[in-house]
Design a protein around this ligand. Structure first.
Ligand SMILES: C[S@@+](CC[C@H](N)C(=O)[O-])C[C@H]1O[C@@H](n2cnc3c(N)ncnc32)[C@H](O)[C@@H]1O
Length: 297
């Protein structure tokens, strides 16, 4: 949500008023839990003795929701005996998210020994025209979020950036990189395309019967849910997908906040795609230790 000039609808500013920076505006900003959470994390990260390992453990890193997704993907891949995994950002814009994803990929590759491929998809020229009233045309319009492709590419390292409308770029990618995906199945996806129609296209990643391109459960982060309703935007794309594919549901990770350090708001935007008929679906995960729960004395 930190893109361009925030709209009043996203930021809740009354009557289009822009904050002038006085005390009232500061208090107003801090009254929001998302702001308080981010500021507290920045502060904790700067405390002496907070190592990278600690920062990752407590989610004090940039875009902690991306770090969470990469952790889940690498842990599951390691448990299933894969040597590699792929993590995807749909909707790259300037590239700050993709660079954060690449940084987390390096950390968790070193921590788990699982190679992490990072892939970003974007049209490259900002938002295309909306195609559906459910695309939130009152919030987003053509040309929002353009990219300086050359500048981004100069900082990408090993991460891949695929430019082009997703309708063409995604099937091309799946066709041409089948072998790589078999070696590095997809384990985490960030959906940040703003439109219902574009999200529907991105979900084609899960539509083909290609289990070998995917882990049996794929963690997803849905950036654009806050402030929308179930019948539009990303939520509508997910609902359509679920209605058509009962054996491959995408659902919110329930109760995640309570199990995530520091109660982060982003935990409400973590979803998981389950593939019931994936050959590895029933393999035990890390954490499924077979503990017993004997009656207490
Ligand atoms: C909000 S921005 C992504 C922001 C980025 N994830 C970040 O965190 O900085 C949404 C992006 O989705 C891309 N997009 C939307 N629909 C698309 C489509 N059908 N094909 C390719 N890119 C699309 C736009 O080009 C835009 O850059």
């Amino acid at each position: 949500m930190r893109k361009g000039i925030p709209t009043t609808a996203q930021k809740g500013l009354p009557y289009g008023r822009r904050p002038a920076g006085g005390l009232a505006d500061t208090v107003w900003e801090w009254s929001k839990s998302g702001t308080r959470h981010a500021a507290r994390n920045r502060l904790l990260r700067r405390l002496p003795g907070v190592s990278d390992d600690t920062a990752y453990r407590f989610g004090l890193v940039k875009r902690p929701h991306y770090a969470y997704g990469v952790r889940r993907a690498t842990e599951l891949a390691a448990r299933l005996g894969h040597r590699g995994v792929t993590v995807v950002e749909f909707g790259v814009a300037g590239g700050n998210g993709l660079l954060a994803l690449a940084e987390h990929a390096r950390y968790y590759a070193a921590a788990t020994g699982v190679a992490v491929r990072v892939v970003g998809f974007d049209g490259g020229h900002g938002m295309p025209p909306a195609k559906d009233p459910r695309d939130l045309p009152y919030l987003f319009g053509p040309g929002f979020y353009t990219m300086d492709e050359e500048r981004l590419r100069s900082r990408l390292g090993a991460a891949e950036l695929l430019i082009g409308d997703l309708k063409v770029a995604l099937p091309d990618y799946l066709r041409s990189r089948g072998d790589v995906l078999r070696e590095h199945p997809v384990g985490f996806v960030s959906l940040d395309l703003d439109y219902c129609s574009s999200t529907t296209t991105a979900l084609n990643l899960f539509r083909g019967p290609r289990h070998e391109h995917l882990l049996p459960r794929v963690t997803c982060y849905l950036d654009d849910l806050p402030g929308t309703i179930e019948q539009i935007g990303e939520a509508a794309a997910i609902a359509d997908f679920n209605a058509a594919h009962p054996d491959w549901p995408i659902g919110r990770a329930l109760g995640l906040r309570a199990f995530t350090p520091l109660d982060p708001p982003w935990a409400d935007q973590i979803y998981v795609h389950h593939r019931f008929d994936h050959p590895d679906y029933a393999s035990l995960e890390i954490g499924a230790t077979g503990d017993q729960l004997p009656l207490e004395k």
